[in-house]
Each structure stands twice: as C-alpha cells, then as structure tokens.
Design a protein around this ligand. Structure first.
Ligand code: HEC
Length: 146
C-alpha cells in the first residue's frame, strides 16, 4: 500500500469511528427514546406503567409479569446486564417450553434487514443502533422501579 493510500484509509477509519461516536451521543441525548421503545415494543404486554397489565396480557398463556420489581427481586440492584441479555434473547426466561416473550434483538435485526430490502445482512452500525436502543430501554425501566 502506498503511504498516501494508507493515510487516506487511516483517515476514513478515524472519520468512521468519529461519526459513530457522534451518532451514539445523539441517541444518548435524545430524551424519551427509552420510553418510546418501551411504549411501542413492551407496553402491549407489560402495560404502559410496566405493571403487567397491557392490552395483550389477557390473551397470553402466561401473564406478563410486572417489571417494576426487577430491582427489588435482585437484592436492590437493578439487573442491567441480565436484562440486556433477556431482551436480546440470549437468556431464555422460562425454564420449560417456548417463551412467549419475544427476543427483541432478533426482531430489531430482521426489521432492519427487511427495510433494507435485500440480503445485505446486518451491518456493524445496525448492531450498535440495536444495542443502543435496548440500552435506552433499560435505562428507562430503571426509572420505573417501585
Ligand atoms: C407478547 C407479549 C410480550 C411482549 C411484547 C414483551 N414481553 Fe416481556 N414477558 C412476557 C411474558 C409472558 C413474560 C413471562 C415469561 C414467559 O412466559 O416467557 C415476560 C417476561 C419478561 C421479563 C422477565 C421478568 C422477570 O420477572 O423475570 C422481562 C425483564 C421482560 N419480559 C421485559 C420485556 C421488555 C423490556 C419488553 C419490550 C422490549 C418485553 N418484555 C416485551 C411477554 C411479553
């Protein structure tokens, strides 16, 4: 690689990283993102105030639990890490049988892939976007503990 090309590619890499950091900050600064995520993706089952009384709750075999006791049930520490893994589907929350609780990481990803209209796959920035939305959602839930 010629020095000039190497330098150009280094500049592109740095610019890419900066752009990423900027958009992450923009997301972090966006107020209400976590609440919006919750209202559109969780509230139908868990209820708008996270008490397990969403409009879909009646029709499920297992009632969605209240999400207001997560901190209390975890010895007073809000379980951020575990929650992230539950939401993106890495932890199966029910020991037996299929979970009625959707794995949101997968749903976010397929939504992105469909929107892209083809087999472009999920790019790194999509992954970052997804985990950021999940993170915002978790921070919102942290404010909803009894
Ligand atoms: C289709 C209904 C439905 C939706 C939508 C849904 N959940 Fe659930 N959720 C459930 C059910 C039902 C359970 C109980 C476990 C089971 O049956 O799999 C549960 C369990 C949970 C648990 C475990 C609670 C505990 O006490 O251990 C967490 C955390 C959770 N959901 C968070 C969320 C979040 C955050 C969202 C939105 C991203 C969401 N859920 C969307 C139905 C849903």
């Amino acid at each position: 690689m010629k020095p000039v090309t190497a330098m150009a590619s280094a500049i592109f890499t740095v610019t890419g990283a900066l752009l990423c950091a900027v958009s992450l900050q923009a997301l972090a600064a966006e107020p209400g993102l976590g609440q919006r995520e919750f209202n559109t993706r969780c509230a139908m089952c868990h209820g708008t105030s996270a008490r397990g009384d969403g409009w879909m709750a009646e029709n499920l075999i297992r009632r969605p639990p209240s999400l207001r006791h997560l901190k209390k049930n975890n010895g007073g520490v809000f379980p951020r890490e575990q929650l992230a893994r539950t939401i993106d589907g890495r932890i199966s929350i029910k020991a037996h049988g299929p979970s009625e609780m959707p794995a949101w990481g997968t749903i976010y990803k397929s939504a992105i892939a469909t929107a892209a209209g083809g087999p472009r796959g999920v790019r790194e920035e999509d992954e970052i976007n997804i985990s950021y939305r999940i993170q915002a959602l978790i921070e919102y839930l942290a404010t909803q503990q009894d």
